[in-house]
Design a binder for this molecule. Sequence first.
Ligand SMILES: Cc1ncc(COP(=O)(O)O)c(C=O)c1O
Length: 376
Amino acid sequence: MKTPVLLMDRTRILQNYQDIEKALPDFKIAYAVKSNNHPEIVNILKRSGSLFEVASLYEIENLLSMGIEPENIIYSNPVKPPDDIKSAAEKKVCVMSFDSVTELEKILPYKDNVKLLFRIEVPNEGSLWPLSGKFGCPSKLWDKIYSYMQKHSIKLSGITYHVGSQCENLPNFKSALLETKKAYQLAKSYGLDPYILNIGGGFPVYLGREIPPIKQIAEIILETIEDLKKDGVVFTEFYAEPGRFISGSAGTLLSKVIGIAERENNKWVFLDTGVFSGMMETVDGITYPLLSTGSGKSENVMLCGPTCDSMDKMFKAMIPNPKVGDNIYFSGAGAYTTVYASDFNGFSRPDITFLDSVDEQLPQEADLENHSEIAS
Ligand SMILES: Cc1ncc(COP(=O)(O)O)c(C=O)c1O
């Protein structure tokens, strides 16, 4: 098989969607297209009744061209180019988020055609890919936002947040709702009437460490929503926007060893995939469980990509005696990999191949002397 290639498991995509749908029964599930925008994923999810979360007009146009209805698209990027807000509203994509007064100023001309979700800042501790800081309005600015809405008669349809991608810290899912309660109560005091709760994404996949299962995450969310109701914080429409949870665990990136070099204190193993061809998230500490077709004693090596850039290094891992030509499989790599890839230095982006089951393609445990482990 030509490498690098991302092997996507159709059955797993559907299963992941069904798992989260079952765990959060009153929620509409909107797949975050940015995690992996391949049309085959969109089609599987469309057939299952999924909604879609988008970041850009490009993603909106793609979905519309695939027959997705505009009311099934949520435009959750809180900062949008002004012309794209106009185009989205004209195309009847009307649920959109904002987290600043400047965004409200841009949306003002379309205020009667859109449903606005206020993105608030919530704790992102323990999330491997935090989003707070750049996104989400801090609580000290909520009065300013609500005053502006009140003054310009802008309706507030709902509240949204993101606990950070790959959130391995269960309490974040509750803290975010406690922040929401404060934002809701303050909104009411301004005469605003939010009724939509959009809990964003962040649901984790197995990347080599223990993660809370979706059932446990859903339980804490549902329990907290019940508690909020007792305090008069009542939402009637619910959305979740999983990206990684649906596409991540469904993908395995197959790569080949193309070179090995001895360096001071370390062996460097060069692969035909790297930071610029799929493994972008490794720059900020994300690692993937590995399988290798190599055999022999495991060694602690630095994995790096093929380009002539020194930042094209991934992470340290234990690999059974690596040799040129060995296959290395990165599991949990279906999200935020191929969508980030470029052809920097002329190395090709990974192809994507869809299979009914990827597991059958993987080397069986018995064929391997060693499963590789992430090294510290
Ligand atoms: C607004 C919004 N919703 C959903 C997601 C999907 O997050 P995840 O892949 O962690 O589920 C993202 C990711 O950046 C996002 O920005």
